[in-house]
Design a protein around this ligand. Sequence first.
Ligand SMILES: [Zn+2]
Length: 203
Amino acid sequence: MNTIELINRLLAIIELDIIPKTRDCITRGNGIFGAAILKKSDLSLIIAEVNNEVDNPIWHGEVNVIKKLWETTDRSNVPDPKDCIFLSTHEPCSLCLSAITWSGYDNFYYLFSYEDSRDRFNMPYDIQILKEVFGNGEDNRPLYNRKNEFWNSYNIQEMIKDLDVSDHDRQTLLNRMNDIIDQYTILSDTYEADTSKPVVYKF
Ligand SMILES: [Zn+2]
């Protein structure tokens, strides 16, 4: 698999399949985190979904995409998770890390890190929960094991930075990524400005 092709495909799915659904879901008061599942073999999209915490606080984008896949696909046709790529717009929280693990995916890719969620999206809870509930992130303990016997995780921003390509090719990818980041800034501002949204986080 060509890494540049993969990155371009993941960015395209975020832009064309997840962001339009996100625009709709935030008008109902849902959060802006989304997810998708695609085939490793040809990078075709199987399903994309977004957050639906208005209906249930645990329907995060990642959990919701797994839920919808199992609801809308005949069980015998649910693709083997080992044949799939799992894409998350934001680094998955502890709930979603577990959902990805229990569902059998051996990878996930994400665009925004926990620090981005905290600093760009006013969502400090991912780090907070991993520290407070699990005692991670202290005394040199990582927040979670980014590579482990269940899966490897990949930060798309770091992948672009680490690519062995010309400055021009890297900049082309960065321009595309930054355009998506700009779109998320607008989505986040819209979400934050909606004072009628339900208060999901009570702490
Ligand atoms: Zn989550």
